[in-house]
Design a protein around this ligand. Structure first.
Ligand code: PHE
Length: 772
């Protein structure tokens, strides 16, 4: 409390001493302080105990508006007009053109019979006037609104000259412990007060537990489009995709079109469709040998193609433009991949592209493209449809249809349609295809390498999600701030399966029973087949057809809600699962089992006992059931990655140990509490840093070449000790995944010194008890 506040409090107590009771209004008048300040001082006195007693009443009163106040001081419009008139009068046209509020002023002055008409002019009709309106408004201003007849007050209110206000007024009386001498209350207990013992003689201000905190805490908000981008990115990451660098909006026609086998005569290359850049108008360089191969493929063909059999100009290819699709970036990355030696990859990008479009409700000249590219040996359209299907299922679109289309750079090409439940029709959501050999082979990619790609816009799903029919509500100057401030954190229904599976809620029951129905359906079909075969072979089957189904539909089986199956290659045991399931088991009943798929011929005792001894294998009473299936799906780096499915019949698949780690940690969140492995309340960037390391170790370590692996470990070695997320005070997901990777690749012993020290620390952690 400042001393001015204390003064005011003393003045109030003084006034009470002399008058016995006072109101806040009187006090404001006498002390010449703002009413609000006086109220504050009264409240402070009230909080001191029984010194004063306070009662509140509301007081209605009148106040001039700005216009009313100007009339109170300058006179009404009609009076001002009257006073401005010369004795010979003034033409109506002149008044209308030059006098403010002329229509009203003329009308009112005529009605009051202050003026009369004389031809084209008005002249004064009386010698002097009394400006009633001004007198009344002056009365309102000085707090004497009572002297103005109610009827007139109503009229002035209607004309917005005065308004009614409500005032909270306080009446103050002496309290039981009234005194005029108050001491300042201390707001804080200090070290000095305790040391000197002064605290004994002080009075302390009570805590105000009902004070409102700051209601409107503004923090940074992400634009909904950027939120959606973050979600798409997360989905790609979980599917094991790597993000492509898309930070070049200006691109050469070569990479945007020519590298993609788009003929130079193609209409999309016209300036009506593409923005060309004036400064600098041309690109600096293009890999010369590659350019020659591209030129040859366009002009005379190659790789089994006749090409376009037309001219090809270097100048045309060198033109700079604003990229029209992110496929230009994909082309650069595929070329780079071919130069570095091909290995299977999954790439994605989400960024801006530019097209010279006629702007309308659904088109802008710039928008975002979401693009996925998958390259592997002997890939077919079937694989492409599978990749697209699993991607779209993850964003909540399950009903998909493909329609043949044409792209210069893909064959076959397919438009992707999804059934829109709201619009009750199929809407186009994307474009896709298998890149042509005419594009891939000149890059230097081997013949049996196939690459598929698909693209969609970010804006369209955003508009559908936010129920907008005009893109300008989403992008540009007409975007409402509320959209950004109030927009919900989570926008798309990814992890639908997880959501359905999570916790109580009818949703999970519904999805579980649907899943069960599916299983039963499949089982019944299988049993019918077996029965058919058996009867053909003349074999009678023991037991009845219903055995398999009754075991499923019978008594409800415990409370298992989260059922996950991890498929892993015995050559790459995902050791992190041990630590992560240990973490889960700390708060939740977990059941852990091991199976062996027929693709695995022999399995060591150690891997059969992967979870260690004494681990619960009984589903009954468990909330999470993790089944590890040893399976061999091939020898390529991608085939060696573990995958996680939430159930044998669900589409959701999580690929790679790092993503499985993320999934299990999130499962921790769902069934109990946020895990400190992935989140740190005091370090807001913790999760981001862990993520970064996870992705890096996946791409550069698990999927990397020997050289990349060594480089990665050197980098980690240098960072160790300075990073909280690597063997910091708390174990992180990055620690666990990295350690597991090192053990799988048998690189622990040969790793640099800090890494060895770090691994020992990790292994001594309680969660990693049965890690090795
Ligand atoms: N580039 C395409 C477009 O702009 C999308 C696409 C990407 C198509 C990759 C096929 C393969 O619509």
């Amino acid at each position: 409390m400042g001393s001015a506040g204390m003064d005011l409090q003393r003045q109030i107590l003084q006034a009470l001493e002399t008058h016995g009771t006072v109101t806040s209004l009187e006090l404001a008048g006498n002390t010449k302080q703002e009413h609000q300040k006086v109220v504050g001082a009264i409240k402070s006195l009230e909080s001191l105990g029984n010194i004063v007693s306070v009662s509140q009443s509301t007081l209605k009163s009148w106040e001039c508006t700005n216009e009313g106040a100007s009339i109170a001081s300058e006179g009404s419009h009609e009076a001002r007009l009257f006073k401005s008139l010369p004795a010979e009068g003034r033409s109506v046209a002149d008044i209308k053109a030059n006098f403010p509020n002329s229509n009203f002023a003329l009308g009112a002055a005529m009605k009051n019979k202050w003026l009369r008409k004389e031809g084209e002019k008005v002249v004064p009709a009386v010698a002097s006037i009394e400006d009633q309106v001004q007198i009344h408004l002056q009365a309102v201003s000085s707090g004497a609104a009572d002297s103005v007849p109610d009827k007139l007050k109503a009229e002035y209110k209607k004309r917005k000259l005065i308004k009614e206000i409500e005032l909270n007024m306080f009446e103050v009386r002496k309290g039981a412990e009234f005194t005029t001498s108050i001491t300042k209350q201390e707001a804080e207990l200090t070290k000095e007060m305790i040391e000197s013992g002064q605290w004994k003689n002080k009075t302390f201000k009570p805590f105000n537990f009902t004070a409102k905190g700051r209601v409107d805490l503004r923090a940074g908000h992400l634009h909904p489009l950027m939120q959606l981008r973050a979600e798409f990115r997360q989905i790609f990451l979980e599917m094991g995709f790597t993000e492509m660098p898309t930070n070049n909006f200006v691109e050469s026609a070569f990479w945007n079109f020519d590298a993609l086998f788009q003929p130079q005569q193609h209409p999309a290359r016209d300036a009506q469709d593409t923005f060309y850049v004036a400064h600098p108008a041309t690109t600096m360089e293009v890999p010369e040998d590659y350019l020659e191969r591209v030129k040859k493929t366009h002009t005379v063909g190659g790789y089994g193609s006749t090409g376009y059999q037309s001219d090809w100009s270097r100048d045309e290819a060198y033109k700079n433009l604003l990229r029209t699709h992110t496929t230009a970036v994909s082309a650069r990355m595929l070329y780079k991949l071919a130069q570095e030696g091909f290995k299977p990859v999954k790439y994605f990008s989400i960024d801006r592209v530019y097209r010279n479009e006629t702007l309308d409700a659904t088109h802008l000249a710039e928008f975002h493209q979401v693009e996925g590219v998958v390259a592997d040996y002997d890939f077919s359209i079937k694989n492409l449809m599978g990749v697209i299907g699993s991607f779209f299922r993850k964003i909540g679109l399950t009903k998909l249809r493909f329609k043949p289309t044409y792209n210069p750079y893909t064959e076959p090409s397919m438009e992707i349609y999804s059934y829109h439940e709201g619009l009750k029709k199929w809407v186009e959501i994307g474009n896709s295809g298998l890149f042509r050999p005419e594009m891939l082979r000149p890059m230097g990619l081997p013949e049996n390498v196939k690459v598929c790609g698909y693209g969609l816009s970010l804006e369209r799903p955003a508009m559908i999600k936010f129920g907008m029919n005009n893109i300008r509500e989403l992008v540009g100057p007409r975007v409402k701030m509320e959209l950004i401030l109030d927009n919900p954190v989570c926008t798309i229904d990814k992890f639908r399966e997880e959501q359905k599976l999570s916790g109580s809620g009818s949703l999970s029951v519904e999805s579980l029973s649907r899943r069960q129905e599916l299983i039963i359906e499949k089982l019944t079909a299988l049993q019918t087949k077996v029965a058919n075969i058996a009867s053909k072979m003349g074999v009678t089957l023991e037991g009845s057809l219903s055995t398999a189904t009754t075991c499923l539909t019978g008594a409800p089986k415990s409370g298992v809600i989260h059922d996950v199956v991890v498929y892993a290659d015995p050559r790459r045991p995902p050791y992190s699962l041990r630590a992560l399931t240990n973490a889960l088991a700390r708060t939740t009943p977990v059941c852990r089992r091991v199976h062996c798929h027929s693709s695995v011929k022999e399995i060591s005792e150690k891997l059969q006992q992967f979870w260690g001894s004494g681990v619960n294998e009984e589903r009954r009473g468990c909330v999470v059931c993790v089944t590890l299936v040893w399976r061999q799906a091939g020898d390529s780096p991608l085939a060696l990655l573990p995958t996680l499915s939430v159930s044998p019949v669900s589409a959701l698949q999580v690929i790679g140990e790092h993503n499985i780690g993320r999934f299990l940690v999130r499962l921790c969140d769902v069934v109990s509490e946020p895990s400190s492995l992935y989140e740190c309340p005091t370090n807001p960037v913790f999760t981001a840093r862990v993520d970064e390391l996870l992705d890096h170790s996946h791409a550069k370590f698990m999927l990397g070449s020997n050289k990349e692996r060594a480089g990665f470990l050197r980098g980690v070695n240098a960072r160790l000790g300075s990073e909280e997320f690597l063997a910091g005070p708390n174990l992180s997901l990055a620690d666990i995944i990295l350690l597991s990777g090192l053990i799988q690749l048998r690189m622990l012993e040969s790793s640099p010194p800090n890494v060895q020290l770090w691994s020992k620390r990790c292994l001594s952690h309680q969660l990693c008890k049965n890690f090795l």
